[in-house]
Write a protein that binds this ligand. Structure first.
Ligand SMILES: C[S@@+](CC[C@H](N)C(=O)[O-])C[C@H]1O[C@@H](n2cnc3c(N)ncnc32)[C@H](O)[C@@H]1O
Length: 226
């Protein structure tokens, strides 16, 4: 059974060229088992403009559409609406927002709470004013009712994850980790959403695990749904 409203212009198991908010607005309430959300943070770009980073490697990043805090908050509201009860949100958070705190985006969502966090060791050293970046952070949030045993079935995923990625997008995330999280928290044919999909690593993880994908990106996709 489809999770989309009647007359939806976005498609399931497809790279929708679409704004993530308008994509999620076409999904019926409480239908998605898990969501991966990897925002295009603005703050990071402001903080990363040092040395060559701003001019060379930063170029590909700064060309991408950035999200304001207000946009991120709106995405989280829609995610809360489409998630099934006890569904998980895997939320990629950069070092700066992690330290400053993500609660500012969750204040209007009392039924979603942080329940875990995974540090991804990229096995590749990046730039930094003080220490050099080698990790990214995945905060695991859950919609109420908070249940661990009934919702998470794989118990060998470490909270520090080593994985090198082949970049198909400036911010490609690790497919194997995302695959393991999908296996831990969903069943075959369940729906998984990625509203800002970039290089579609979550879609690939869904294909490998026989799950249904609903997602898109404002700049990358196969057809325009704007
Ligand atoms: C950090 S990247 C995602 C990378 C992705 N997780 C991967 O593994 O390839 C964030 C993406 O958000 C997209 N984006 C920015 N604003 C958006 C919006 N309003 N709706 C959908 N996508 C958006 C950007 O184009 C960018 O590709």
């Amino acid at each position: 059974m489809s999770i989309l409203i009647d007359g939806a212009t976005v498609k399931e198991n497809y790279k929708n060229l679409s704004d993530g908010l308008s994509l999620m607005r076409q999904i019926i309430d409480n239908r998605v088992k898990i969501v991966f959300f990897d925002p295009q943070y603005r703050g990071v770009l402001d903080k990363l403009s040092y040395g060559n980073e701003g001019k060379q490697r930063g170029k590909a990043r700064s060309a991408l559409t950035q999200m304001t805090s207000e946009t991120i908050e709106k995405f989280l509201c829609e995610i809360d609406r489409i998630l099934i009860p006890s569904g998980y949100l895997f939320f990629w958070v950069d070092k700066f927002h992690l330290v400053e705190g993500i609660n500012v985006w969750l204040r209007a969502l009392p039924d979603i709470s942080a329940v875990d966090m995974i540090t991804w060791d990229k096995m590749k050293i990046g730039m930094g004013y003080r220490t050099r970046r080698k990790a990214e952070y995945l905060v695991v949030l859950q919609k109420k009712p908070i249940l661990a045993k009934a919702t998470w079935t794989v118990h060998d995923i470490p909270d520090v994850w080593d994985e090198k990625v082949m970049k198909v997008h400036p911010h490609s995330k690790p497919i194997e980790l995302q695959k393991r999280l999908i296996l831990a928290t969903t069943n075959e044919q369940d729906y998984i959403c990625d509203p800002a999909a970039g290089g579609y690593t979550v879609f690939e993880a869904c294909r490998l695990t026989n799950r249904n994908f609903i997602g898109g990106d404002i700049e990358f996709g196969d057809s325009s749904c704007l």
